[in-house]
Design a protein around this ligand. Structure first.
Ligand code: SF4
Length: 271
């Protein structure tokens, strides 16, 4: 049995060599995470905390929420964190996060949309025999009691807001909706909701059961392609500047040999 995640699949699509470094050679990156990852994680942690408090019948004020965000930022911040955009400082990213929290808080208070789970784990079989499973975590799951629909909420901290077409074809939340239907029933409607915090916008989409069946088949076909792959070429793109393996990537004139040897001894356990 092999467990795949959306991130594992999309890493292969983005760059087969990066996939090999991360999931086959299991190389622990030497470089620190990027500031975008730090910002995204801190904002996610803050919203998770906020809704957990609300579930416990506590209602943090906006100020308390910002204080939590600032504490989390400081707790996990390291000067080695990479800032690719040279015209931006760590303080600029910190301020962006404060703005995201203020806008989100203002728009969604009192947070009474009937959140039933936070960071919900999803795990389901992609094929009948259960040879391949898909695992993921939903930022927040809501049961809308008025419509009897389930809502899969996902927070995005990226600047770029894709076109609606991208959401109609998005794989990650559609896969999660398969897991939700397995728990609550195939006949239930599942709404996919992305919160683009930099734009203070909420984008919605949904899938039919037929589309979800097709998605399972497409995902299995991609897994078959990954498992049949013997050569993992680099794919150079603008995303390389944010790649944690650039310093060992041969496409950038570097060598991975030493890292592979070292990690064969230490190992990196990720799915
Ligand atoms: S630096 Fe670019 S080409 Fe090299 S592994 Fe990373 S994503 Fe692939």
């Amino acid at each position: 049995m092999t467990i795949y995640s959306h991130s594992r699949l999309s890493t292969f699509e983005q760059c087969p060599l990066k996939f090999k470094f991360r999931y086959i050679d299991k190389i622990i990156p030497e470089i620190e995470k990027t500031i975008e990852i730090h910002l995204g994680k801190t904002v996610h942690d803050t919203l998770e905390w906020l809704y957990t408090q609300v579930q416990d019948n506590k209602f943090p004020t906006m100020d308390e929420t910002i204080v939590y965000y600032a504490e989390k930022w400081a707790e996990n911040y390291k000067p080695e964190i990479i800032i690719v955009k040279k015209d931006m400082t760590a303080k600029d990213y910190f301020d962006k996060g404060v703005e995201f929290i203020i806008n989100y808080y203002t728009k969604h208070q009192p947070f009474d949309d009937n959140t039933i789970e936070i960071e919900k784990k999803i795990l389901f079989n992609l094929d009948e025999k259960g040879k391949y499973k898909l695992q993921g975590f939903i930022d927040r799951l809501v049961h809308n009691t008025k419509t009897n629909e389930y809502e899969v909420h996902d927070y995005k901290t990226a600047n770029f807001l894709p076109k609606q077409e991208k959401f109609e074809n998005d794989r990650q939340l559609a896969l999660y909706s398969i897991g939700i239907k397995e728990i609550f029933g195939e006949d239930k409607e599942v709404i996919l909701i992305w919160h683009y915090l930099a734009h203070n916008q909420k984008i919605c989409s949904k899938r039919t059961n037929q589309q979800l069946q097709q998605l399972k088949q497409e995902t299995l076909a991609l897994i078959n392609q990954i498992e049949a792959t013997e050569k993992f070429p680099p794919y150079i793109s603008k995303l390389c500047d944010w790649c944690e393996y650039k310093n060992i990537c041969p496409a950038w004139g570097n060598s991975p040999e030493k890292e592979i040897e070292k990690n064969n001894e230490e190992g990196l356990d990720i799915w």
